[in-house]
Design a protein around this ligand. Structure first.
Ligand code: NI
Length: 434
Protein backbone atom coordinates (compact mmCIF):
# COMPACT_ATOMS: atom_id res chain seq x y z
CA UNK A 1 0.00 0.00 0.00
CA UNK A 2 2.70 2.41 1.04
CA UNK A 3 4.76 1.40 -1.97
CA UNK A 4 2.07 2.04 -4.50
CA UNK A 5 1.29 5.40 -2.90
CA UNK A 6 4.98 6.32 -3.08
CA UNK A 7 5.29 5.18 -6.67
CA UNK A 8 2.19 7.04 -7.73
CA UNK A 9 3.44 10.24 -6.11
CA UNK A 10 6.85 9.87 -7.72
CA UNK A 11 5.32 9.28 -11.10
CA UNK A 12 3.05 12.29 -10.73
CA UNK A 13 5.49 14.71 -9.20
CA UNK A 14 8.93 14.03 -10.50
CA UNK A 15 8.80 11.95 -13.63
CA UNK A 16 7.34 12.16 -17.09
CA UNK A 17 4.15 10.16 -17.19
CA UNK A 18 4.21 6.71 -18.74
CA UNK A 19 0.78 5.49 -19.69
CA UNK A 20 1.26 2.21 -17.91
CA UNK A 21 -1.56 -0.17 -18.30
CA UNK A 22 -1.88 -1.63 -14.79
CA UNK A 23 -4.02 -4.57 -15.87
CA UNK A 24 -1.62 -5.49 -18.68
CA UNK A 25 1.42 -5.03 -16.45
CA UNK A 26 -0.08 -7.26 -13.76
CA UNK A 27 -0.76 -9.92 -16.36
CA UNK A 28 2.82 -9.63 -17.67
CA UNK A 29 4.16 -10.02 -14.13
CA UNK A 30 2.05 -13.12 -13.61
CA UNK A 31 3.08 -14.65 -16.94
CA UNK A 32 6.76 -13.88 -16.26
CA UNK A 33 6.51 -15.66 -12.92
CA UNK A 34 4.99 -18.67 -14.68
CA UNK A 35 8.04 -18.76 -17.01
CA UNK A 36 10.56 -19.21 -14.20
CA UNK A 37 11.06 -22.98 -14.40
CA UNK A 38 11.39 -22.88 -18.17
CA UNK A 39 13.81 -19.95 -18.16
CA UNK A 40 16.07 -21.68 -15.65
CA UNK A 41 15.97 -24.92 -17.65
CA UNK A 42 16.84 -23.09 -20.89
CA UNK A 43 19.67 -21.27 -19.18
CA UNK A 44 21.14 -24.50 -17.76
CA UNK A 45 20.96 -26.14 -21.18
CA UNK A 46 22.76 -23.20 -22.83
CA UNK A 47 25.25 -23.16 -19.97
CA UNK A 48 26.11 -26.80 -20.55
CA UNK A 49 26.42 -26.25 -24.32
CA UNK A 50 28.25 -22.92 -24.66
CA UNK A 51 29.35 -21.68 -28.07
CA UNK A 52 31.94 -19.03 -28.86
CA UNK A 53 31.09 -15.86 -30.79
CA UNK A 54 29.97 -16.42 -34.40
CA UNK A 55 29.57 -20.15 -33.68
CA UNK A 56 26.24 -19.97 -31.81
CA UNK A 57 24.54 -22.47 -34.15
CA UNK A 58 22.92 -24.75 -31.58
CA UNK A 59 21.82 -21.80 -29.45
CA UNK A 60 20.39 -19.99 -32.48
CA UNK A 61 18.56 -23.15 -33.57
CA UNK A 62 16.83 -23.48 -30.19
CA UNK A 63 15.93 -19.79 -30.16
CA UNK A 64 14.53 -19.86 -33.72
CA UNK A 65 12.44 -22.97 -33.03
CA UNK A 66 11.04 -21.38 -29.87
CA UNK A 67 10.11 -18.12 -31.63
CA UNK A 68 8.48 -20.04 -34.50
CA UNK A 69 6.46 -22.08 -32.02
CA UNK A 70 5.21 -18.82 -30.53
CA UNK A 71 3.99 -17.77 -33.96
CA UNK A 72 6.52 -15.00 -34.53
CA UNK A 73 7.95 -14.07 -37.90
CA UNK A 74 11.52 -15.39 -37.65
CA UNK A 75 14.69 -14.47 -39.54
CA UNK A 76 17.88 -16.47 -39.07
CA UNK A 77 21.48 -16.09 -40.19
CA UNK A 78 21.60 -12.32 -39.54
CA UNK A 79 25.16 -11.32 -38.64
CA UNK A 80 26.12 -15.02 -39.23
CA UNK A 81 24.20 -16.78 -36.44
CA UNK A 82 21.85 -14.04 -35.23
CA UNK A 83 18.10 -14.61 -34.92
CA UNK A 84 15.35 -12.00 -35.12
CA UNK A 85 11.73 -12.56 -34.14
CA UNK A 86 8.97 -10.09 -34.96
CA UNK A 87 5.81 -9.95 -32.87
CA UNK A 88 3.03 -7.76 -34.22
CA UNK A 89 0.69 -6.38 -31.58
CA UNK A 90 -3.08 -6.18 -31.94
CA UNK A 91 -3.04 -2.40 -32.30
CA UNK A 92 -0.91 -0.09 -34.47
CA UNK A 93 2.07 1.68 -32.94
CA UNK A 94 5.85 2.02 -32.92
CA UNK A 95 8.53 -0.66 -33.06
CA UNK A 96 10.54 -1.54 -29.99
CA UNK A 97 13.51 -3.92 -29.98
CA UNK A 98 14.69 -6.17 -27.15
CA UNK A 99 18.19 -7.58 -27.46
CA UNK A 100 20.06 -10.51 -25.92
CA UNK A 101 23.61 -11.67 -26.68
CA UNK A 102 24.30 -15.39 -27.15
CA UNK A 103 28.07 -15.97 -27.06
CA UNK A 104 30.26 -17.73 -24.50
CA UNK A 105 33.94 -17.18 -23.70
CA UNK A 106 37.21 -19.13 -24.02
CA UNK A 107 37.35 -19.80 -20.27
CA UNK A 108 37.69 -23.21 -18.63
CA UNK A 109 34.80 -23.62 -16.18
CA UNK A 110 35.60 -24.42 -12.56
CA UNK A 111 32.24 -23.94 -10.83
CA UNK A 112 31.53 -27.58 -10.00
CA UNK A 113 27.88 -27.02 -11.01
CA UNK A 114 25.87 -30.06 -12.10
CA UNK A 115 25.32 -28.36 -15.46
CA UNK A 116 28.90 -27.07 -15.81
CA UNK A 117 30.41 -26.95 -19.28
CA UNK A 118 32.98 -29.55 -20.28
CA UNK A 119 33.29 -28.16 -23.82
CA UNK A 120 36.85 -27.71 -25.06
CA UNK A 121 38.21 -25.78 -28.01
CA UNK A 122 41.31 -24.19 -29.44
CA UNK A 123 41.29 -20.40 -29.28
CA UNK A 124 44.00 -18.44 -31.12
CA UNK A 125 46.13 -21.58 -31.10
CA UNK A 126 45.68 -22.37 -27.42
CA UNK A 127 43.65 -25.24 -25.97
CA UNK A 128 40.99 -23.90 -23.61
CA UNK A 129 37.50 -24.63 -22.31
CA UNK A 130 34.35 -22.82 -23.41
CA UNK A 131 32.14 -21.30 -20.73
CA UNK A 132 29.22 -18.94 -20.35
CA UNK A 133 31.36 -16.89 -17.97
CA UNK A 134 29.50 -13.62 -18.53
CA UNK A 135 25.91 -14.82 -18.16
CA UNK A 136 24.83 -14.48 -21.78
CA UNK A 137 23.18 -17.90 -21.36
CA UNK A 138 20.76 -16.23 -18.94
CA UNK A 139 20.19 -13.32 -21.34
CA UNK A 140 19.07 -15.71 -24.10
CA UNK A 141 16.81 -17.60 -21.68
CA UNK A 142 15.28 -14.40 -20.26
CA UNK A 143 14.54 -12.99 -23.72
CA UNK A 144 13.00 -16.32 -24.79
CA UNK A 145 10.83 -16.01 -21.68
CA UNK A 146 9.90 -12.40 -22.50
CA UNK A 147 8.97 -13.45 -26.05
CA UNK A 148 6.65 -16.11 -24.65
CA UNK A 149 5.09 -13.63 -22.21
CA UNK A 150 4.53 -10.90 -24.81
CA UNK A 151 3.17 -13.34 -27.39
CA UNK A 152 0.45 -14.23 -24.87
CA UNK A 153 -0.64 -10.59 -24.59
CA UNK A 154 0.00 -9.54 -28.18
CA UNK A 155 -3.60 -8.46 -28.79
CA UNK A 156 -3.14 -5.76 -26.17
CA UNK A 157 0.17 -4.43 -27.53
CA UNK A 158 0.12 -1.17 -29.50
CA UNK A 159 2.90 -1.76 -32.00
CA UNK A 160 5.61 -4.27 -32.83
CA UNK A 161 8.28 -5.97 -30.75
CA UNK A 162 11.48 -7.09 -32.43
CA UNK A 163 13.47 -9.72 -30.52
CA UNK A 164 17.16 -9.59 -31.40
CA UNK A 165 19.34 -12.57 -30.44
CA UNK A 166 22.85 -11.40 -31.24
CA UNK A 167 26.09 -13.35 -31.74
CA UNK A 168 29.61 -12.38 -30.73
CA UNK A 169 29.07 -9.58 -28.21
CA UNK A 170 32.48 -10.33 -26.71
CA UNK A 171 34.12 -9.53 -30.03
CA UNK A 172 35.12 -11.55 -33.05
CA UNK A 173 38.51 -12.92 -34.00
CA UNK A 174 40.99 -10.19 -35.04
CA UNK A 175 40.01 -8.68 -38.39
CA UNK A 176 36.52 -10.23 -38.40
CA UNK A 177 33.42 -8.01 -38.24
CA UNK A 178 30.65 -9.46 -36.09
CA UNK A 179 28.24 -8.87 -33.24
CA UNK A 180 25.98 -5.82 -33.16
CA UNK A 181 28.03 -4.11 -35.90
CA UNK A 182 27.36 -6.85 -38.44
CA UNK A 183 23.68 -7.22 -37.47
CA UNK A 184 23.21 -3.46 -37.93
CA UNK A 185 25.02 -3.60 -41.30
CA UNK A 186 22.64 -6.38 -42.31
CA UNK A 187 19.63 -4.23 -41.43
CA UNK A 188 18.50 -5.48 -38.04
CA UNK A 189 17.22 -2.01 -37.11
CA UNK A 190 15.23 -1.66 -40.36
CA UNK A 191 12.12 -3.34 -41.83
CA UNK A 192 10.35 -2.55 -39.63
CA UNK A 193 12.40 0.39 -38.44
CA UNK A 194 13.17 0.26 -34.73
CA UNK A 195 12.18 3.34 -32.67
CA UNK A 196 13.83 2.37 -29.37
CA UNK A 197 15.87 -0.53 -28.03
CA UNK A 198 16.19 -2.12 -24.60
CA UNK A 199 18.74 -4.61 -23.34
CA UNK A 200 19.97 -6.00 -20.06
CA UNK A 201 22.97 -7.65 -18.50
CA UNK A 202 22.89 -9.95 -15.52
CA UNK A 203 25.23 -8.78 -12.76
CA UNK A 204 26.89 -11.37 -10.53
CA UNK A 205 27.81 -8.66 -8.02
CA UNK A 206 24.36 -7.14 -7.36
CA UNK A 207 21.51 -8.80 -5.49
CA UNK A 208 18.82 -10.80 -7.25
CA UNK A 209 15.62 -8.75 -7.30
CA UNK A 210 17.39 -5.46 -7.96
CA UNK A 211 17.95 -3.38 -11.09
CA UNK A 212 20.65 -0.80 -11.75
CA UNK A 213 21.31 1.61 -14.55
CA UNK A 214 22.79 5.00 -15.29
CA UNK A 215 21.33 7.71 -17.53
CA UNK A 216 23.83 9.04 -20.08
CA UNK A 217 27.26 7.34 -20.26
CA UNK A 218 26.89 3.97 -18.50
CA UNK A 219 29.72 1.82 -19.82
CA UNK A 220 32.99 2.82 -21.42
CA UNK A 221 34.09 3.02 -25.00
CA UNK A 222 36.66 0.34 -25.73
CA UNK A 223 39.49 0.68 -28.23
CA UNK A 224 42.36 -1.63 -28.94
CA UNK A 225 45.79 -0.21 -29.65
CA UNK A 226 48.91 -1.81 -31.06
CA UNK A 227 52.40 -0.35 -30.79
CA UNK A 228 55.16 -1.91 -32.83
CA UNK A 229 58.60 -0.75 -31.69
CA UNK A 230 61.17 -1.20 -34.43
CA UNK A 231 64.81 -1.09 -33.33
CA UNK A 232 67.90 -2.99 -34.33
CA UNK A 233 68.81 -6.43 -33.03
CA UNK A 234 72.22 -7.44 -31.74
CA UNK A 235 74.02 -10.02 -29.60
CA UNK A 236 72.78 -9.63 -26.04
CA UNK A 237 76.40 -9.31 -24.95
CA UNK A 238 76.98 -6.29 -27.20
CA UNK A 239 73.95 -4.00 -26.64
CA UNK A 240 75.84 -0.96 -27.97
CA UNK A 241 75.39 -2.43 -31.43
CA UNK A 242 71.59 -2.46 -31.01
CA UNK A 243 68.72 -0.04 -30.88
CA UNK A 244 67.10 -2.08 -28.14
CA UNK A 245 63.31 -2.33 -28.70
CA UNK A 246 62.81 -4.21 -25.41
CA UNK A 247 64.08 -1.35 -23.27
CA UNK A 248 62.27 1.17 -25.48
CA UNK A 249 59.00 -0.77 -25.16
CA UNK A 250 59.46 -0.86 -21.38
CA UNK A 251 59.87 2.93 -21.35
CA UNK A 252 56.80 3.34 -23.55
CA UNK A 253 54.73 1.18 -21.17
CA UNK A 254 55.80 3.36 -18.25
CA UNK A 255 55.16 6.50 -20.29
CA UNK A 256 51.62 5.35 -21.06
CA UNK A 257 50.93 5.24 -17.30
CA UNK A 258 51.14 9.02 -17.16
CA UNK A 259 48.36 9.59 -19.71
CA UNK A 260 45.46 8.92 -17.34
CA UNK A 261 47.30 9.92 -14.16
CA UNK A 262 48.75 13.24 -15.45
CA UNK A 263 46.90 14.31 -18.59
CA UNK A 264 43.21 13.35 -18.35
CA UNK A 265 40.92 15.47 -16.19
CA UNK A 266 39.74 12.80 -13.78
CA UNK A 267 37.14 15.09 -12.25
CA UNK A 268 35.17 14.78 -15.52
CA UNK A 269 35.08 11.03 -15.85
CA UNK A 270 37.12 7.89 -15.44
CA UNK A 271 39.52 6.62 -18.11
CA UNK A 272 41.83 3.62 -18.45
CA UNK A 273 44.92 2.74 -20.49
CA UNK A 274 46.02 -0.87 -20.01
CA UNK A 275 48.80 -2.77 -21.78
CA UNK A 276 47.72 -6.40 -22.03
CA UNK A 277 50.28 -8.10 -24.25
CA UNK A 278 53.98 -7.69 -24.86
CA UNK A 279 55.71 -9.82 -27.45
CA UNK A 280 59.49 -9.59 -27.52
CA UNK A 281 62.32 -11.82 -28.56
CA UNK A 282 62.89 -15.57 -28.75
CA UNK A 283 66.07 -16.11 -26.79
CA UNK A 284 67.52 -14.72 -23.57
CA UNK A 285 70.76 -13.47 -25.07
CA UNK A 286 69.50 -12.05 -28.35
CA UNK A 287 68.23 -8.48 -28.61
CA UNK A 288 65.34 -8.66 -31.11
CA UNK A 289 64.68 -6.27 -33.98
CA UNK A 290 61.19 -5.43 -32.84
CA UNK A 291 58.67 -5.65 -30.04
CA UNK A 292 54.90 -5.48 -30.22
CA UNK A 293 52.55 -4.49 -27.46
CA UNK A 294 48.77 -4.26 -27.42
CA UNK A 295 46.33 -2.75 -24.98
CA UNK A 296 42.92 -1.29 -24.33
CA UNK A 297 41.65 2.25 -23.84
CA UNK A 298 38.43 2.98 -21.93
CA UNK A 299 36.73 6.39 -21.85
CA UNK A 300 33.29 7.90 -21.28
CA UNK A 301 33.20 10.64 -23.87
CA UNK A 302 34.46 11.20 -27.36
CA UNK A 303 36.73 14.11 -26.40
CA UNK A 304 38.64 12.12 -23.77
CA UNK A 305 38.84 9.16 -26.10
CA UNK A 306 40.42 11.30 -28.82
CA UNK A 307 42.74 12.94 -26.31
CA UNK A 308 43.99 9.53 -25.15
CA UNK A 309 44.53 8.29 -28.72
CA UNK A 310 46.65 11.35 -29.44
CA UNK A 311 48.60 10.96 -26.19
CA UNK A 312 49.33 7.26 -26.82
CA UNK A 313 50.65 8.09 -30.28
CA UNK A 314 52.71 11.06 -29.04
CA UNK A 315 54.17 9.14 -26.07
CA UNK A 316 55.14 6.11 -28.15
CA UNK A 317 56.67 8.23 -30.91
CA UNK A 318 58.55 10.57 -28.59
CA UNK A 319 60.09 7.83 -26.49
CA UNK A 320 61.01 5.72 -29.52
CA UNK A 321 62.63 8.71 -31.17
CA UNK A 322 64.72 9.44 -28.09
CA UNK A 323 66.06 5.88 -28.31
CA UNK A 324 66.70 6.02 -32.06
CA UNK A 325 63.88 3.54 -32.74
CA UNK A 326 60.70 3.97 -34.75
CA UNK A 327 57.12 3.00 -33.94
CA UNK A 328 53.97 2.06 -35.77
CA UNK A 329 50.89 2.88 -33.73
CA UNK A 330 47.47 1.54 -34.68
CA UNK A 331 44.01 1.90 -33.14
CA UNK A 332 40.88 -0.17 -33.57
CA UNK A 333 37.69 1.33 -32.18
CA UNK A 334 35.78 -1.65 -30.79
CA UNK A 335 32.67 -0.04 -29.28
CA UNK A 336 31.57 3.48 -28.39
CA UNK A 337 30.22 4.55 -25.00
CA UNK A 338 27.09 2.67 -23.87
CA UNK A 339 24.91 5.77 -23.73
CA UNK A 340 21.46 5.58 -22.18
CA UNK A 341 19.34 8.24 -23.84
CA UNK A 342 18.48 10.51 -20.85
CA UNK A 343 14.85 11.32 -21.87
CA UNK A 344 14.17 7.63 -22.58
CA UNK A 345 15.78 6.58 -19.29
CA UNK A 346 13.66 9.14 -17.40
CA UNK A 347 10.53 8.00 -19.19
CA UNK A 348 11.13 4.35 -18.38
CA UNK A 349 12.23 4.80 -14.76
CA UNK A 350 8.67 4.35 -13.41
CA UNK A 351 8.52 1.06 -15.32
CA UNK A 352 11.79 -0.13 -13.77
CA UNK A 353 10.58 0.89 -10.31
CA UNK A 354 7.26 -0.81 -10.80
CA UNK A 355 8.68 -4.14 -12.00
CA UNK A 356 11.34 -4.20 -9.28
CA UNK A 357 8.73 -3.67 -6.59
CA UNK A 358 9.68 -0.14 -5.58
CA UNK A 359 12.19 2.64 -6.05
CA UNK A 360 14.59 1.20 -3.46
CA UNK A 361 15.23 -1.80 -5.73
CA UNK A 362 16.38 0.39 -8.63
CA UNK A 363 19.79 1.95 -8.16
CA UNK A 364 21.44 4.61 -10.26
CA UNK A 365 25.06 3.44 -10.45
CA UNK A 366 28.49 4.86 -11.16
CA UNK A 367 30.08 4.50 -14.57
CA UNK A 368 31.37 1.06 -15.36
CA UNK A 369 34.63 0.56 -17.29
CA UNK A 370 33.36 -2.59 -18.95
CA UNK A 371 32.19 -2.10 -22.53
CA UNK A 372 29.19 -3.47 -24.35
CA UNK A 373 28.45 -3.57 -28.06
CA UNK A 374 24.81 -2.68 -27.29
CA UNK A 375 26.33 0.82 -27.59
CA UNK A 376 26.32 0.42 -31.39
CA UNK A 377 22.52 0.13 -31.48
CA UNK A 378 22.31 3.18 -29.20
CA UNK A 379 24.28 5.17 -31.77
CA UNK A 380 21.42 4.57 -34.21
CA UNK A 381 18.30 4.64 -31.99
CA UNK A 382 17.58 5.73 -28.41
CA UNK A 383 18.28 2.85 -26.07
CA UNK A 384 18.36 1.84 -22.43
CA UNK A 385 20.61 -0.86 -20.99
CA UNK A 386 19.85 -2.14 -17.50
CA UNK A 387 21.73 -4.41 -15.08
CA UNK A 388 19.73 -7.16 -13.40
CA UNK A 389 20.88 -8.58 -10.07
CA UNK A 390 22.23 -12.11 -10.25
CA UNK A 391 23.83 -12.53 -6.81
CA UNK A 392 22.29 -14.31 -3.84
CA UNK A 393 20.87 -11.83 -1.32
CA UNK A 394 23.08 -11.04 1.65
CA UNK A 395 26.32 -12.14 -0.01
CA UNK A 396 29.36 -9.83 0.04
CA UNK A 397 30.03 -8.98 -3.65
CA UNK A 398 33.76 -9.00 -2.92
CA UNK A 399 33.56 -12.76 -2.23
CA UNK A 400 31.84 -13.64 -5.52
CA UNK A 401 33.62 -14.68 -8.71
CA UNK A 402 33.70 -11.89 -11.26
CA UNK A 403 32.36 -12.06 -14.79
CA UNK A 404 34.81 -13.67 -17.25
CA UNK A 405 36.40 -15.87 -14.54
CA UNK A 406 36.25 -19.70 -14.23
CA UNK A 407 34.25 -19.61 -10.98
CA UNK A 408 31.48 -17.28 -12.27
CA UNK A 409 28.02 -18.28 -11.01
CA UNK A 410 24.57 -16.71 -10.92
CA UNK A 411 21.60 -16.75 -8.58
CA UNK A 412 18.88 -18.00 -10.92
CA UNK A 413 16.14 -16.50 -8.72
CA UNK A 414 17.02 -13.15 -10.33
CA UNK A 415 15.94 -14.23 -13.83
CA UNK A 416 12.19 -13.65 -13.43
CA UNK A 417 12.80 -9.97 -12.80
CA UNK A 418 14.81 -9.90 -16.04
CA UNK A 419 11.91 -11.43 -17.98
CA UNK A 420 9.47 -9.00 -16.38
CA UNK A 421 11.75 -6.04 -17.04
CA UNK A 422 12.18 -6.80 -20.75
CA UNK A 423 8.50 -7.54 -21.35
CA UNK A 424 7.22 -4.54 -19.37
CA UNK A 425 9.71 -2.08 -20.88
CA UNK A 426 8.45 -3.12 -24.31
CA UNK A 427 4.75 -2.97 -23.37
CA UNK A 428 5.06 0.38 -21.59
CA UNK A 429 7.12 1.94 -24.38
CA UNK A 430 4.56 0.86 -26.96
CA UNK A 431 1.77 2.26 -24.78
CA UNK A 432 3.48 5.66 -24.53
CA UNK A 433 6.40 6.02 -26.91
CA UNK A 434 6.78 9.79 -26.52
NI1 NI B 1 28.67 -9.81 -21.10
Amino acid sequence: MKHSYLLASLALLALPAVAQNPALNARIAQLAQAEETKVIAWRRDFHQHPELGNEEKRTAGIVAAHLKKLGLEVQTGIGRTGVVGILKGGKPGPVVALRADMDALPVTEATGLAFASTVKTTYLGQPVGVMHACGHDSHVAMLMGAAEVLSQVKKELSGTVKFIFQPAEEGSLPGVVGGAKLMIQEGVLDNPKVDAIFGLHINAQTEAGSLSYRPGGEMASADRFTIKVIGKGAHGARPWNSVDPVVTAAQIIMGLQTIVSRQVNLTDDAAVVTVGTLKAGVRYNVIPDQVELTGTIRAFDKKTQEQIWAAVRRTAKGIAESAGATVEVGFEAYVPVTYNDPPLAARMLPTLQAVAGGATNVREVKVNTWAEDFALYQEKVPGLFVFVGGMRKGVDPATTADHHTPGFTLDESGFTLGVKTLATLAADYLAAPK
